[in-house]
Design a protein around this ligand. Sequence first.
Ligand SMILES: Cc1cc2nc3c(=O)[nH]c(=O)nc-3n(C[C@H](O)[C@H](O)[C@H](O)COP(=O)(O)OP(=O)(O)OC[C@H]3O[C@@H](n4cnc5c(N)ncnc54)[C@H](O)[C@@H]3O)c2cc1C
Length: 490
Amino acid sequence: MSRALDRRRFLTTTLAGAAIVAFDPLRGGWVTAAQAAESTPAGAVAVPDLDGELTTDPAALAEAGDDYGHIVRRTPLAVLRPGSVADVVALVRYAARHRIAVSVRGQGHSTFGQAQVGAGVVIDSRTLDRVHEIRSDRATVDAGVTWFELATATLARGLTPPVLTDYLDLSVGGTLNAGGIGGTTQTYGMQVDTVLELEVVTGTGELVRCSPTRHRALFESVLGSLGQLAVVVRATVALVPAPASARGYSLYYTDLDTYLGDQRRLLAGRRFDSLEGQAARTAADDGWEFFVDSAVYFTGDRPDDAAVTRGLRHDPARTVTTDYTYAEWIDRLRPTVEFLKSIGAWYLPHPWLDMFLPASRTAEVVRGTLDTLTLADTGQGPVLLYPFRPGRVRPRFVRLPEERVAFLFSLLRTTVPPTTVESQLAGNRDLYDRGVAVGGTRYPIGSVELTRRDWQRHYGRDYPAFAAAKATWDPRRILSPGQGIFGPPR
Ligand SMILES: Cc1cc2nc3c(=O)[nH]c(=O)nc-3n(C[C@H](O)[C@H](O)[C@H](O)COP(=O)(O)OP(=O)(O)OC[C@H]3O[C@@H](n4cnc5c(N)ncnc54)[C@H](O)[C@@H]3O)c2cc1C
């Protein structure tokens, strides 16, 4: 039941102007310290004492009501900048009691409002930013730490997380709720497969440490659960020895089938330590070509190029090799990102679509898509196309095609006028439908309007288990409504 507001507490608390001291359930709004000094709404309930800050500062609300997609905008009622894990516990308990929706925002790099919440509170995880411990085989970090920060800390000890995303300025909590795919997924699975332990706050506000041997069901359910079951506050992830260097190979193909065939051979043979690839418009903009984007890691002698590329059917005259330090390799997107920021393109809308396609049907879906896809449709954004083995990805709620090999097919679109977001979203829905029809699944970081029915289809025969997990760990449905999977808080 609501705790009546102690007016004296308001008057004696020295908080910043926009800081919140109570929630008014009748109005569905907050009471700031300044308002409370004037009058106290009857029935208002004091917010818990916090180490951090709960704010309605307009700049904080505007940031939390936007993301890298700049397509969906839902302004929250407040933003929590937690000063401790206890703050997350207190806020979630409070929200559950008063049926207030809560979402965590890591770096806000999903593209369709996934981390947003309209009538609720966004927990800005950036203040949970400590690297707690690095040992020879593992690191324990707060969920708001970015992979760049973690990798920087571990590389200083000659260690690295085994799987890194292409872009490193993503929060650990953010990618562990999605999956986290990269060039070494071929070997290690996704980032979710490298987690040894989690500390989470469930939707009822319970702080639980879970692992394969402790609260196993919760551990296995939370990884890749799109923020639906718990707030991840801390993670222990595996580390492996870091190589000194990486030799990058770009191998070009004009023919899709030849490219896909070689990619599958490369996946089977594990010739490269990092294996990715893309489709790209030809220089004459008269069609699509393909390139394997890969690297061999080494410490000491540089790999033998002839041995590395032997038997492949690429165009040898166009092969590009580049030497990097390992630190440069994992952060190789940074110069491009800086450039995109300098010309403003980084801040344009990004209606991305990311699909996982079963290998047996990849050629037909990719060909059917690229046949009509123009540079204007993608805004010159990259088109990722590379294989991995779904069987290496353990968490059941990361949905993948049911084949031994799948391809990531991502249209990383930017909206450059006169192309419109609407036309790109329509294209996304079209590709999504075609992908799903052949047994593909969506990597849920991008921009497609999904109905509840679509989500049920997404989880397929695991939907009842996912719904049951939601009912167990977030019975009031307060967590991450921005994904649109379940209904509003109840
Ligand atoms: C430039 C760029 C490159 C990318 N490259 C890759 C790539 O190579 N591989 C890949 O797999 N992905 C990639 N992504 C996608 C990225 O992994 C996801 O969008 C990821 O969710 C972003 O992390 P974030 O910290 O920004 O999360 P946010 O966008 O802030 O949050 C995403 C979702 O996770 C939830 N969430 C966030 N933190 C927590 C937490 N601590 N506890 C519970 N729920 C939480 C949010 O509520 C939301 O539902 C890329 C994105 C961008 C913009």
